[in-house]
Design a protein around this ligand. Sequence first.
Ligand code: DX5
Ligand code: ZN
Length: 226
Amino acid sequence: MKKYFVAPSVLSANYLILKDELTAITTAGAEWIHFDVMDGDFVPNLTFGPKILADISSYSDLHLDCHLMVKIKNNSVESYLKPFIAAGASSVTLHYEALTPAQLTEFLALRTKLKIKIGLAIKPATPLTVILPYFEQLDLVLIMTVEPGFGGQKFLPEAAKKIKELRTYLDQHQYSTLIEVDGGINEQTGLICKKYGVDVLVAGSYLFGHPDLQARLQGLLADETN
Ligand code: DX5
Ligand code: ZN
């Protein structure tokens, strides 16, 4: 049986009852929480910063998976990320497309320097080849199956095919990098991603606000690929 992780995206939670939402996903079996940081620049939407992350971290022991859809300006990558790490981030993922070559080099070095788990995310149109040189330094790769910026969008099957190629590559090289998928995940699209070899499934609008959240989450966790 393959072990999957489901990372409910708090972007789709009801913040008036965030504590209840966190309890519900934990009871339902989630081991990760996905936290989308958007800057209104790299993506056309604004979300939250380290304060909300710290509040979530003070209440929850789950893996806090921070997906930063941001351009870093007037700041080193280290000083930009430090407040998120101090707030309890378990892993930090930046977008390949948002980083200058110098920022990418600095980011990769932070894994050892700050002893943190790091990931690189790629948008649907970005080929896998651009991140292939960095696998030894990455804890996870986040494959976007929608254009980043908003929850509730439709899954892009072409983008998901990268999971399959990446699984083959990682297995051939015996890298333990996790493959995470984000955007439009539900029962059907989740199954496609599991067949392709994903490890972590992010799901927002499919989970939050549904009375059968537990059954939905358990369905995503199930290994039905055989
Ligand atoms: C979109 C975000 C996703 C979003 C997914 O840019 O990165 O994490 O919350 O939402 P759903 O699961 O509704 O597509
Ligand atoms: Zn995300």
